[in-house]
Design a protein around this ligand. Sequence first.
Ligand SMILES: Cc1cc2nc3c(=O)[nH]c(=O)nc-3n(C[C@H](O)[C@H](O)[C@H](O)COP(=O)(O)OP(=O)(O)OC[C@H]3O[C@@H](n4cnc5c(N)ncnc54)[C@H](O)[C@@H]3O)c2cc1C
Length: 396
Amino acid sequence: MINCSFENTAIAFAHKTDKELKLSKFLFNTMSYPFFVPFGTRITPFLMKTGLPIHGLIRNTIFKQFVGGETLQETARVATQLGKFGVQIILDYGVEGKSDEASFDAATETFIRVIQYAATQNNIPFISIKVSALARVGLLQKLNEAPRLRSGIHDNENEMDEWDRVCERMFRICEAAADNNIGVLVDAEESWLQDPVDRLTIEMMEEFNKEKAIVFNTIQLYRHDRLSFLKLSHKIADKRGFVLGVKLVRGAYMEKERERAAFRAQKSPIQPDKESTDKDYNAAIAYCLEHVQNIAVVIASHNEQSNLYALSLMEEQQLPKNHAHIYFAQLYGMSDHITFNLANAGCNVSKYLPFGPLREVIPYLMRRAQENSSVNGQTTRELALIKTELKRRSAK
Ligand SMILES: Cc1cc2nc3c(=O)[nH]c(=O)nc-3n(C[C@H](O)[C@H](O)[C@H](O)COP(=O)(O)OP(=O)(O)OC[C@H]3O[C@@H](n4cnc5c(N)ncnc54)[C@H](O)[C@@H]3O)c2cc1C
């Protein structure tokens, strides 16, 4: 029997001091004000460019809650602290929005350095990467628009060379990961960039996942076509003899996706409602666990029902809690009640831990702020749990 409840706040917050917990309470409270986040996310990037002393304020509040530090070395403190409670780390170098070849090469070198660093630590089994940190978004978009499985750039030699360089960067990262036995989680991005990301990631899996899962693709179940894509990917893995690595997420770009489809008068790639997303997400969990002998899965969600559903299926199928092909993951700074209770129950569970210069991680921070204001039920839940724990501590 897998004994795990997400209600135990003593376990959930044992890694936080009273002061840290009070800061979290203040932040979640602030983000729950209806006008604060829309206003804050609009004005912050602008304020960052002015000389106003806003950096210190961000660094000591939202950055501290959601980010591991500005440098790789600064993440060590968080990794050690979480490691004491059996929680592992997925290192995420959070640089976004670059568009020149020198930045793509620099990002490649950084990813390789992160892999080498992870290999020296005992609780960092994964790193995450974004293909858009290695390639021009315009190129990905062009490739995406080409019919599936065709490059679509045969008439442009420069772009063919450009794509070759992207593939080379990705190969070097995955090769370093395989050499150091570190997993690479390839993030899913907007649907209009995703097709080349999928193709490249599957190629890397074919190369590096022969014995075990090193490379993982991400499946966004808020897209109505992704459950069948998961099954298709599995078919390919079966046929070509590699372990399919997948990270299951619901998806982070819903508003953007819907707006773009509406603007272009196209059918939205997003499910019609939340229930449909939830249904496909849970069906994807069930599919992966059913084929766990050659699918390695990262259940990346803050949804309590989905996490409990996975646990119940593991129990039903008598799979060990620490099965080498089953991982759980949440973002650093969110849903500690899930992460730490799963770790306490003996499951493989990790926190996505972004790091990078303050200026570079602003888009990530803005997404976290938006997520914690729009998923209102979630914020209320986080706040309620923090308050319960503070009360429990003060009653001691
Ligand atoms: C470790 C980790 C890694 C992640 N990596 C990625 C990544 O690579 N790419 C990425 O895109 N996201 C990523 N995410 C974010 C993720 O996609 C979700 O945005 C976030 O986790 C919220 O979903 P949930 O499962 O936690 O919970 P929930 O709160 O139950 O679900 C919220 C999600 O449901 C979906 N949804 C909400 N309303 C509707 C609606 N009306 N119709 C249809 N669907 C709806 C949306 O996807 C929304 O984000 C990651 C999350 C985690 C925890």
